[in-house]
Design a protein around this ligand. Structure first.
Ligand code: ACO
Length: 398
Protein backbone atom coordinates (compact mmCIF):
# COMPACT_ATOMS: atom_id res chain seq x y z
CA UNK A 1 0.00 0.00 0.00
CA UNK A 2 1.79 3.13 -1.19
CA UNK A 3 1.14 6.14 0.99
CA UNK A 4 2.44 8.77 -1.40
CA UNK A 5 5.72 9.55 0.40
CA UNK A 6 8.97 9.55 -1.56
CA UNK A 7 11.35 6.70 -0.79
CA UNK A 8 15.01 7.77 -0.93
CA UNK A 9 17.29 4.73 -0.51
CA UNK A 10 20.26 5.70 1.62
CA UNK A 11 18.52 9.04 2.45
CA UNK A 12 20.75 10.83 -0.10
CA UNK A 13 19.86 14.50 -0.18
CA UNK A 14 17.64 14.25 2.91
CA UNK A 15 18.54 16.89 5.52
CA UNK A 16 18.02 15.31 8.96
CA UNK A 17 19.93 17.75 11.19
CA UNK A 18 21.23 21.28 11.52
CA UNK A 19 24.71 21.29 12.97
CA UNK A 20 27.45 23.70 13.99
CA UNK A 21 29.97 20.87 14.22
CA UNK A 22 31.25 20.17 10.70
CA UNK A 23 30.53 20.81 7.04
CA UNK A 24 31.58 18.64 4.11
CA UNK A 25 31.73 20.24 0.63
CA UNK A 26 32.44 17.40 -1.79
CA UNK A 27 32.82 19.60 -4.87
CA UNK A 28 35.13 22.20 -3.36
CA UNK A 29 37.00 19.49 -1.40
CA UNK A 30 36.45 21.38 1.83
CA UNK A 31 35.88 20.17 5.40
CA UNK A 32 35.06 22.70 8.12
CA UNK A 33 35.27 21.71 11.80
CA UNK A 34 33.39 24.13 14.08
CA UNK A 35 34.27 27.06 11.84
CA UNK A 36 37.88 26.09 11.10
CA UNK A 37 39.00 24.78 7.71
CA UNK A 38 40.47 21.36 8.47
CA UNK A 39 43.92 22.41 7.28
CA UNK A 40 43.91 25.27 9.82
CA UNK A 41 42.95 23.09 12.77
CA UNK A 42 44.38 19.60 12.26
CA UNK A 43 48.11 20.18 12.47
CA UNK A 44 47.93 22.97 15.06
CA UNK A 45 45.47 21.84 17.74
CA UNK A 46 46.02 19.24 20.42
CA UNK A 47 43.27 16.62 20.41
CA UNK A 48 42.00 17.98 23.73
CA UNK A 49 41.62 21.46 22.15
CA UNK A 50 39.63 19.96 19.27
CA UNK A 51 37.33 18.07 21.66
CA UNK A 52 36.77 21.25 23.68
CA UNK A 53 36.00 23.14 20.47
CA UNK A 54 33.39 20.61 19.38
CA UNK A 55 31.75 20.40 22.81
CA UNK A 56 31.73 24.13 23.59
CA UNK A 57 31.66 25.78 20.17
CA UNK A 58 34.90 27.72 20.74
CA UNK A 59 38.53 27.10 21.60
CA UNK A 60 39.43 27.14 25.32
CA UNK A 61 41.55 29.80 26.97
CA UNK A 62 44.62 28.47 28.80
CA UNK A 63 42.99 27.91 32.22
CA UNK A 64 39.95 26.21 30.66
CA UNK A 65 42.21 23.92 28.65
CA UNK A 66 44.19 22.89 31.73
CA UNK A 67 41.01 22.05 33.66
CA UNK A 68 39.61 20.15 30.68
CA UNK A 69 42.83 18.13 30.17
CA UNK A 70 42.97 17.20 33.87
CA UNK A 71 39.33 16.20 33.92
CA UNK A 72 39.71 13.97 30.85
CA UNK A 73 42.94 12.41 32.14
CA UNK A 74 41.35 11.56 35.49
CA UNK A 75 38.76 9.38 33.73
CA UNK A 76 41.34 7.22 31.90
CA UNK A 77 41.34 4.11 34.13
CA UNK A 78 38.53 1.71 33.20
CA UNK A 79 36.45 -0.25 35.76
CA UNK A 80 37.96 -3.63 36.82
CA UNK A 81 34.88 -5.36 35.37
CA UNK A 82 35.72 -3.89 31.95
CA UNK A 83 39.27 -5.24 32.10
CA UNK A 84 38.05 -8.69 33.19
CA UNK A 85 35.57 -8.73 30.30
CA UNK A 86 38.23 -7.68 27.78
CA UNK A 87 40.53 -10.43 29.02
CA UNK A 88 37.89 -13.07 28.39
CA UNK A 89 37.12 -11.61 24.94
CA UNK A 90 40.85 -11.79 24.09
CA UNK A 91 40.78 -15.51 24.86
CA UNK A 92 38.54 -15.80 21.78
CA UNK A 93 40.88 -13.61 19.68
CA UNK A 94 37.98 -11.39 18.60
CA UNK A 95 38.89 -8.41 16.37
CA UNK A 96 39.78 -5.29 18.37
CA UNK A 97 36.79 -3.41 16.95
CA UNK A 98 34.45 -6.08 18.43
CA UNK A 99 36.22 -5.76 21.77
CA UNK A 100 35.79 -1.99 21.67
CA UNK A 101 32.05 -2.39 21.05
CA UNK A 102 31.79 -4.87 23.94
CA UNK A 103 33.93 -2.71 26.25
CA UNK A 104 32.14 0.51 25.31
CA UNK A 105 28.87 -0.86 26.70
CA UNK A 106 30.43 -1.14 30.17
CA UNK A 107 31.47 2.50 30.43
CA UNK A 108 28.41 3.58 32.39
CA UNK A 109 29.47 1.34 35.31
CA UNK A 110 29.85 3.47 38.41
CA UNK A 111 28.86 6.71 36.68
CA UNK A 112 25.46 8.32 36.65
CA UNK A 113 24.62 10.71 33.87
CA UNK A 114 23.93 14.37 34.46
CA UNK A 115 22.40 15.98 31.44
CA UNK A 116 23.56 19.42 30.45
CA UNK A 117 20.39 20.64 28.88
CA UNK A 118 16.71 20.31 29.47
CA UNK A 119 15.35 18.25 26.61
CA UNK A 120 13.86 20.41 23.91
CA UNK A 121 15.19 23.74 25.13
CA UNK A 122 16.15 26.11 22.34
CA UNK A 123 17.37 29.67 22.82
CA UNK A 124 14.84 32.55 22.54
CA UNK A 125 16.08 33.25 19.02
CA UNK A 126 15.50 29.62 18.04
CA UNK A 127 19.27 29.15 17.90
CA UNK A 128 20.88 26.35 19.85
CA UNK A 129 22.57 27.67 22.98
CA UNK A 130 26.23 26.77 23.43
CA UNK A 131 27.11 25.31 26.81
CA UNK A 132 29.91 27.05 28.67
CA UNK A 133 30.41 24.24 31.14
CA UNK A 134 29.86 20.68 30.12
CA UNK A 135 29.13 18.48 33.13
CA UNK A 136 28.04 15.11 31.78
CA UNK A 137 30.61 12.70 33.27
CA UNK A 138 29.78 10.04 30.69
CA UNK A 139 31.05 12.36 27.92
CA UNK A 140 34.45 12.55 29.62
CA UNK A 141 34.53 8.87 30.55
CA UNK A 142 33.82 7.73 26.99
CA UNK A 143 36.49 9.87 25.31
CA UNK A 144 39.05 9.23 28.07
CA UNK A 145 38.48 5.47 28.22
CA UNK A 146 38.23 4.43 24.57
CA UNK A 147 42.06 4.44 24.23
CA UNK A 148 42.37 2.49 27.51
CA UNK A 149 39.98 -0.18 26.24
CA UNK A 150 41.75 -0.51 22.88
CA UNK A 151 45.26 -0.58 24.33
CA UNK A 152 44.36 -2.98 27.16
CA UNK A 153 42.62 -5.35 24.75
CA UNK A 154 45.51 -5.19 22.29
CA UNK A 155 47.95 -6.16 25.02
CA UNK A 156 45.71 -9.00 26.23
CA UNK A 157 45.71 -10.27 22.63
CA UNK A 158 49.53 -10.30 22.68
CA UNK A 159 49.50 -12.22 25.98
CA UNK A 160 50.62 -9.11 27.91
CA UNK A 161 49.12 -7.28 30.87
CA UNK A 162 47.57 -3.83 30.25
CA UNK A 163 49.60 -0.74 31.06
CA UNK A 164 48.06 1.62 33.61
CA UNK A 165 47.25 4.98 31.96
CA UNK A 166 49.34 8.01 32.92
CA UNK A 167 47.73 11.34 33.71
CA UNK A 168 50.83 13.41 32.91
CA UNK A 169 50.72 12.57 29.18
CA UNK A 170 48.40 14.04 26.55
CA UNK A 171 45.49 11.96 25.24
CA UNK A 172 47.45 10.96 22.11
CA UNK A 173 50.75 10.33 23.89
CA UNK A 174 49.07 8.24 26.59
CA UNK A 175 47.37 6.04 23.97
CA UNK A 176 50.71 5.23 22.30
CA UNK A 177 52.29 4.74 25.73
CA UNK A 178 49.56 2.29 26.82
CA UNK A 179 50.08 0.25 23.63
CA UNK A 180 53.85 -0.12 23.94
CA UNK A 181 54.95 0.93 27.42
CA UNK A 182 57.31 3.48 25.84
CA UNK A 183 56.89 7.23 25.84
CA UNK A 184 56.45 8.25 22.20
CA UNK A 185 58.56 10.92 20.47
CA UNK A 186 57.11 14.40 19.95
CA UNK A 187 56.94 13.73 16.18
CA UNK A 188 54.82 10.61 16.72
CA UNK A 189 52.49 12.38 19.15
CA UNK A 190 52.03 15.22 16.64
CA UNK A 191 51.36 12.70 13.86
CA UNK A 192 48.66 10.96 15.92
CA UNK A 193 47.10 14.24 17.08
CA UNK A 194 46.82 15.45 13.50
CA UNK A 195 45.15 12.15 12.55
CA UNK A 196 42.71 12.31 15.50
CA UNK A 197 41.83 15.93 14.68
CA UNK A 198 41.33 15.05 11.01
CA UNK A 199 38.75 12.30 11.50
CA UNK A 200 36.95 13.67 14.59
CA UNK A 201 33.80 14.69 12.70
CA UNK A 202 32.47 14.47 9.14
CA UNK A 203 28.91 15.70 8.73
CA UNK A 204 25.98 13.33 9.12
CA UNK A 205 27.90 10.13 8.39
CA UNK A 206 26.34 6.73 9.23
CA UNK A 207 27.73 6.27 12.76
CA UNK A 208 26.97 9.87 13.73
CA UNK A 209 23.42 9.52 12.47
CA UNK A 210 23.08 6.25 14.43
CA UNK A 211 24.24 8.03 17.60
CA UNK A 212 21.79 10.88 17.02
CA UNK A 213 18.88 8.47 16.47
CA UNK A 214 19.66 6.65 19.73
CA UNK A 215 20.11 9.77 21.87
CA UNK A 216 16.93 11.28 20.39
CA UNK A 217 14.94 8.52 22.12
CA UNK A 218 16.10 10.14 25.38
CA UNK A 219 18.54 7.28 25.88
CA UNK A 220 22.04 7.78 27.37
CA UNK A 221 25.44 8.64 25.87
CA UNK A 222 26.96 5.18 26.41
CA UNK A 223 24.09 3.56 24.48
CA UNK A 224 24.42 6.09 21.66
CA UNK A 225 28.18 5.68 21.36
CA UNK A 226 28.05 1.88 21.57
CA UNK A 227 25.58 1.84 18.69
CA UNK A 228 27.82 4.20 16.75
CA UNK A 229 30.81 1.88 17.20
CA UNK A 230 28.71 -0.88 15.64
CA UNK A 231 27.94 1.35 12.65
CA UNK A 232 31.56 2.44 12.22
CA UNK A 233 32.73 -1.16 12.16
CA UNK A 234 31.03 -1.89 8.83
CA UNK A 235 33.37 -1.99 5.83
CA UNK A 236 31.25 0.58 3.99
CA UNK A 237 31.92 3.14 6.71
CA UNK A 238 34.91 2.62 9.01
CA UNK A 239 36.54 1.56 5.86
CA UNK A 240 39.44 -0.72 5.34
CA UNK A 241 42.63 1.31 5.23
CA UNK A 242 44.45 -2.04 5.62
CA UNK A 243 43.98 -3.07 1.97
CA UNK A 244 45.35 0.31 0.77
CA UNK A 245 48.53 -0.39 2.72
CA UNK A 246 48.66 -3.97 1.42
CA UNK A 247 48.78 -2.59 -2.14
CA UNK A 248 51.73 -0.34 -1.29
CA UNK A 249 53.59 -3.30 0.22
CA UNK A 250 52.68 -5.54 -2.72
CA UNK A 251 54.18 -2.95 -5.10
CA UNK A 252 57.32 -2.75 -2.98
CA UNK A 253 59.44 -0.51 -5.25
CA UNK A 254 58.40 2.58 -7.28
CA UNK A 255 59.13 0.92 -10.67
CA UNK A 256 56.44 -1.68 -10.01
CA UNK A 257 53.68 0.87 -9.29
CA UNK A 258 52.47 1.18 -12.88
CA UNK A 259 52.47 -2.52 -13.91
CA UNK A 260 50.88 -3.70 -10.64
CA UNK A 261 48.15 -1.02 -10.59
CA UNK A 262 47.45 -1.40 -14.32
CA UNK A 263 47.05 -5.17 -13.88
CA UNK A 264 44.60 -4.64 -11.01
CA UNK A 265 42.47 -2.22 -13.05
CA UNK A 266 42.53 -4.51 -16.09
CA UNK A 267 41.36 -7.38 -13.86
CA UNK A 268 38.39 -5.17 -12.80
CA UNK A 269 39.70 -4.58 -9.26
CA UNK A 270 39.16 -1.32 -7.38
CA UNK A 271 42.20 0.54 -6.16
CA UNK A 272 41.86 0.85 -2.40
CA UNK A 273 42.22 4.38 -1.01
CA UNK A 274 40.82 6.06 -4.14
CA UNK A 275 37.34 7.36 -5.01
CA UNK A 276 34.67 8.74 -2.65
CA UNK A 277 30.88 9.03 -2.68
CA UNK A 278 30.90 12.73 -1.76
CA UNK A 279 34.34 14.08 -2.66
CA UNK A 280 34.84 14.52 -6.38
CA UNK A 281 38.21 16.20 -5.84
CA UNK A 282 41.04 15.10 -3.56
CA UNK A 283 39.65 14.40 -0.08
CA UNK A 284 40.95 17.32 2.06
CA UNK A 285 41.70 14.82 4.82
CA UNK A 286 44.14 13.04 2.46
CA UNK A 287 45.93 16.36 1.95
CA UNK A 288 46.32 16.95 5.68
CA UNK A 289 47.32 13.36 6.47
CA UNK A 290 49.87 13.26 3.63
CA UNK A 291 51.58 16.34 5.06
CA UNK A 292 51.45 14.85 8.58
CA UNK A 293 52.88 11.55 7.35
CA UNK A 294 55.70 13.35 5.52
CA UNK A 295 56.64 15.29 8.68
CA UNK A 296 56.45 12.25 10.90
CA UNK A 297 58.39 9.94 8.58
CA UNK A 298 61.05 12.62 8.01
CA UNK A 299 61.56 13.05 11.77
CA UNK A 300 61.09 9.54 12.97
CA UNK A 301 60.38 6.89 10.35
CA UNK A 302 60.92 5.08 7.07
CA UNK A 303 61.13 7.87 4.47
CA UNK A 304 61.51 5.30 1.67
CA UNK A 305 58.02 3.95 2.46
CA UNK A 306 56.60 7.49 2.33
CA UNK A 307 58.28 8.12 -1.06
CA UNK A 308 56.94 4.81 -2.35
CA UNK A 309 53.41 5.71 -1.22
CA UNK A 310 53.64 9.11 -3.01
CA UNK A 311 54.67 7.32 -6.21
CA UNK A 312 51.84 4.79 -5.84
CA UNK A 313 49.35 7.62 -5.28
CA UNK A 314 50.48 9.63 -8.32
CA UNK A 315 50.45 6.55 -10.56
CA UNK A 316 47.03 5.43 -9.29
CA UNK A 317 45.42 8.83 -9.94
CA UNK A 318 46.88 8.92 -13.48
CA UNK A 319 45.77 5.37 -14.29
CA UNK A 320 42.28 5.92 -12.81
CA UNK A 321 41.81 9.01 -15.00
CA UNK A 322 42.83 6.91 -18.01
CA UNK A 323 40.75 3.87 -16.99
CA UNK A 324 37.61 5.69 -15.77
CA UNK A 325 37.62 9.02 -17.63
CA UNK A 326 35.26 11.67 -16.22
CA UNK A 327 34.84 9.85 -12.85
CA UNK A 328 37.24 12.13 -10.95
CA UNK A 329 38.61 9.28 -8.86
CA UNK A 330 41.01 10.90 -6.41
CA UNK A 331 42.86 9.89 -3.25
CA UNK A 332 40.58 9.42 -0.23
CA UNK A 333 41.26 9.56 3.53
CA UNK A 334 42.06 5.84 3.80
CA UNK A 335 45.26 5.94 1.76
CA UNK A 336 47.25 8.22 4.06
CA UNK A 337 45.46 7.00 7.20
CA UNK A 338 47.01 3.62 6.51
CA UNK A 339 50.45 5.08 5.95
CA UNK A 340 50.35 7.35 8.99
CA UNK A 341 49.01 4.74 11.43
CA UNK A 342 51.46 2.14 10.11
CA UNK A 343 54.26 4.69 10.62
CA UNK A 344 53.10 5.06 14.22
CA UNK A 345 53.66 1.34 14.66
CA UNK A 346 49.96 0.41 14.81
CA UNK A 347 48.89 -2.98 13.47
CA UNK A 348 46.13 -3.04 10.84
CA UNK A 349 43.60 -4.38 13.38
CA UNK A 350 44.03 -1.14 15.35
CA UNK A 351 43.26 1.20 12.44
CA UNK A 352 39.44 1.32 12.77
CA UNK A 353 39.47 1.32 16.62
CA UNK A 354 41.86 4.30 16.45
CA UNK A 355 39.38 6.00 14.12
CA UNK A 356 36.70 5.35 16.79
CA UNK A 357 38.93 6.83 19.52
CA UNK A 358 38.78 10.11 17.65
CA UNK A 359 35.21 9.97 16.32
CA UNK A 360 33.81 9.26 19.82
CA UNK A 361 34.30 12.96 20.59
CA UNK A 362 32.34 13.89 17.45
CA UNK A 363 29.53 11.44 18.29
CA UNK A 364 29.18 12.97 21.75
CA UNK A 365 29.12 16.50 20.33
CA UNK A 366 26.32 15.46 17.97
CA UNK A 367 24.43 13.80 20.83
CA UNK A 368 24.64 16.99 22.90
CA UNK A 369 23.40 18.97 19.92
CA UNK A 370 20.59 16.49 19.26
CA UNK A 371 19.51 16.53 22.93
CA UNK A 372 18.87 20.24 22.64
CA UNK A 373 16.31 19.59 19.89
CA UNK A 374 14.48 17.09 22.09
CA UNK A 375 12.71 15.63 19.10
CA UNK A 376 12.39 11.88 18.53
CA UNK A 377 13.77 10.88 15.09
CA UNK A 378 11.05 8.81 13.50
CA UNK A 379 10.91 8.65 9.68
CA UNK A 380 8.29 6.69 7.78
CA UNK A 381 8.34 3.59 5.65
CA UNK A 382 6.25 2.73 2.64
CA UNK A 383 4.48 -0.60 3.05
CA UNK A 384 4.90 -2.77 -0.05
CA UNK A 385 3.61 -6.08 1.38
CA UNK A 386 0.27 -7.84 1.07
CA UNK A 387 -2.98 -6.82 2.79
CA UNK A 388 -6.22 -8.54 3.78
CA UNK A 389 -4.77 -12.00 4.53
CA UNK A 390 -7.06 -14.44 6.39
CA UNK A 391 -5.80 -16.31 9.51
CA UNK A 392 -5.38 -20.11 9.15
CA UNK A 393 -4.60 -22.42 12.11
CA UNK A 394 -1.12 -24.02 11.85
CA UNK A 395 -2.47 -27.50 11.05
CA UNK A 396 -4.28 -26.38 7.89
CA UNK A 397 -1.61 -24.04 6.43
CA UNK A 398 -0.46 -25.24 3.00
N1 ACO B 1 39.22 1.91 -8.33
C1 ACO B 1 38.74 1.63 -9.56
N2 ACO B 1 37.55 2.02 -10.04
C2 ACO B 1 36.77 2.73 -9.20
C3 ACO B 1 37.20 3.07 -7.90
C4 ACO B 1 38.47 2.63 -7.48
N3 ACO B 1 38.94 2.91 -6.27
N4 ACO B 1 36.23 3.78 -7.29
C5 ACO B 1 35.23 3.89 -8.17
N5 ACO B 1 35.55 3.25 -9.33
C6 ACO B 1 34.75 3.17 -10.53
C7 ACO B 1 33.64 2.13 -10.40
O1 ACO B 1 34.06 0.87 -10.85
C8 ACO B 1 32.57 2.72 -11.27
O2 ACO B 1 32.89 2.45 -12.61
P1 ACO B 1 31.73 2.08 -13.67
O3 ACO B 1 30.71 3.17 -13.55
O4 ACO B 1 32.45 2.03 -14.97
O5 ACO B 1 31.18 0.77 -13.21
C9 ACO B 1 32.72 4.22 -11.09
O6 ACO B 1 34.09 4.43 -10.70
C10 ACO B 1 31.83 4.79 -9.99
O7 ACO B 1 31.88 3.92 -8.85
P2 ACO B 1 30.80 3.92 -7.67
O8 ACO B 1 31.03 2.76 -6.79
O9 ACO B 1 29.43 4.15 -8.20
O10 ACO B 1 31.25 5.25 -6.96
P3 ACO B 1 30.94 5.62 -5.50
O11 ACO B 1 31.08 7.09 -5.46
O12 ACO B 1 29.70 5.07 -4.98
O13 ACO B 1 32.13 4.87 -4.76
C11 ACO B 1 33.72 4.20 -3.18
C12 ACO B 1 32.80 5.34 -3.67
C13 ACO B 1 32.86 3.03 -2.65
C14 ACO B 1 34.59 4.75 -2.04
C15 ACO B 1 34.61 3.72 -4.35
O14 ACO B 1 35.32 4.78 -4.89
C16 ACO B 1 35.55 2.59 -3.92
O15 ACO B 1 35.14 1.42 -3.89
N6 ACO B 1 36.84 2.93 -3.61
C17 ACO B 1 37.80 1.92 -3.16
C18 ACO B 1 37.57 1.55 -1.69
C19 ACO B 1 37.97 2.68 -0.73
O16 ACO B 1 38.99 3.33 -0.88
N7 ACO B 1 37.11 2.88 0.28
C20 ACO B 1 37.31 3.93 1.30
C21 ACO B 1 36.48 5.13 0.99
S1 ACO B 1 36.76 6.48 2.15
C22 ACO B 1 35.71 6.20 3.43
O17 ACO B 1 34.72 5.51 3.29
C23 ACO B 1 36.02 6.73 4.81
Amino acid sequence: MKNGTNFVPGLEGVVAAETRLSHVDGLAGELIISGFPLVELAANATFEETVYLLWHGRLPIAAELTTFQHKLAAYRPVPPATLALLKSVAAESAPTMDALRIGAGTLSLGISEERDWEIGRLGDSGNLPISQSLNNPLAFAIVARFPTIVAAYWRFLQGQEPIVPRTDLSHAANYLYMLTGEEPSAARVRGLETYLNTVVDHGLNASTFAARVIIATNSDLVSAVTGAVGALKGPLHGGAPGPALDTVFEIGVPERAEPVLRAKLEAGERLMGFGHRIYKVRDPRAEVLAAAAEQMFAADGDMALYELAKEVEATAVTLLAEHKPGRNLQTNVEFYTALLLHGLGLATDLFTPTFAISRAAGWIAHCLEQQRYGRLIRPQSTYIGETGLVWQPVGVRG
